[in-house]
Design a protein around this ligand. Structure first.
Ligand code: CP
Length: 318
């Protein structure tokens, strides 16, 4: 059966990759290519979201996601509002729902939300008129990270289907892993995951993912090596003996990377723990696309904002 190209997203919100069809994922990636062209212009601005207000509501720290959403919103001419949680009434005990409802009263078109609780964005999507974009909820999903990772892989390799993508690190606590697994499997990649047995979440095999605790097996002939951060802030200790031991057993070094394909692509969503999950020589080396991922984050987030706002208007990026 021929695949019918998607021309619009079927959902008002972007809560997770799980809600997107393969065709919708490809639509976002294709749209991001047009948005990347906007970023190469002398005047990096189009009128697509003129007159619309986008609220960035980050209850957890962020460098890449928050700033790239803000740049994306500004390039689309939206009125952007960043809520500084530390100086908001959240510190007086105001709840997530009350905070969102009060912001909603000022009629934003969209809210970009990061929260420590899995499901926080789903909750807001049920009570808000504004479109909700998940910028990372607990250990659940980080959909725009997976989309920018896919965009970067496709840019490097020309495809995603059939590639061996090996993902290493703190698999248990990673919303980036979850979104990437769903996306990569939907687009037909062969996905391997590798980490200490204590950091393997249940249900991986059922997602069609190959699981191993032997790093050499996972990296062998990999097209893409994706390192994930050890999330010390979500650990109470006891997952592995020490950071030094972790690096010795699971850290990505130049020697280990030699087992991958000669044109391997090395990725990391950031922030990096240098010398823990990845050696500096690898993170800064010739195969690394870590800063390309950051740059592509702007284009991908522009595409998501544009498509959720209605999309399908070619003049919007002209
Ligand atoms: N990759 C990522 O989500 O980074 P930030 O936490 O800096 O946004």
């Amino acid at each position: 059966m021929d695949t019918i190209a998607a021309t619009a997203l079927s959902h008002k919100n972007l809560l997770g990759i799980a809600d997107l069809s393969p065709e919708e994922i490809v639509l976002i990636l294709d749209t991001a290519e047009a948005m990347k062209e906007v970023g190469k212009r002398a005047i990096k601005k189009v009128p697509t979201l003129r007159g619309r207000t986008v609220v960035n509501l980050f209850f957890e720290p962020s460098t890449r996601t928050r700033t790239s959403f803000e740049i994306a919103e500004k390039r689309l001419s939206a009125d952007t509002l960043n809520v500084a949680i530390a100086s908001s009434s959240v510190v007086k005990g105001e709840t997530l729902v009350d905070t969102a409802m009060n912001l909603e009263a000022m009629a934003p078109s969209m809210m970009v939300v990061r929260h420590a609780s899995s499901g926080a964005c789903h909750l807001l999507s049920r009570i808000c008129k504004a479109a909700i974009i998940n910028a990372g909820d607990g250990m659940h999903e980080h959909p725009t990270q997976a989309l920018l990772d896919a965009f970067t892989i496709r840019e490097r390799k020309g495809r995603i289907g059939g590639l061996k993508v090996a993902i290493f690190g703190d698999l248990l606590h990673s919303r980036v892993l979850r979104s990437n697994l769903i996306l990569l499997r939907k687009l037909g990649a062969e996905v391997w995951v590798c980490g200490p047995a204590t950091l393997l979440p249940p249900g991986l095999a059922a997602m069609g993912v190959r699981v191993t605790t032997r790093i050499d097996e996972a990296v062998d002939q990999a097209d893409v090596v994706m390192m994930l951060r050890i999330q010390l802030e979500r650990m109470q200790g006891g997952f592995f003996p020490s950071l030094r031991e972790y690096f010795r057993t699971f850290g990505m070094t130049e020697a280990r990377l030699k087992l991958a394909r000669p044109d391997v692509t090395v990725m990391h969503p950031g922030p990096i723990n240098r010398g823990v999950e990845i050696a500096s020589e690898v993170a800064d080396g010739p195969y690394s696309v870590i800063l390309d991922q950051v740059a592509n984050g702007v284009a991908v987030r522009m595409a998501v904002l544009y498509l959720l706002a209605g999309g399908a208007d070619d003049e919007a990026v002209a």
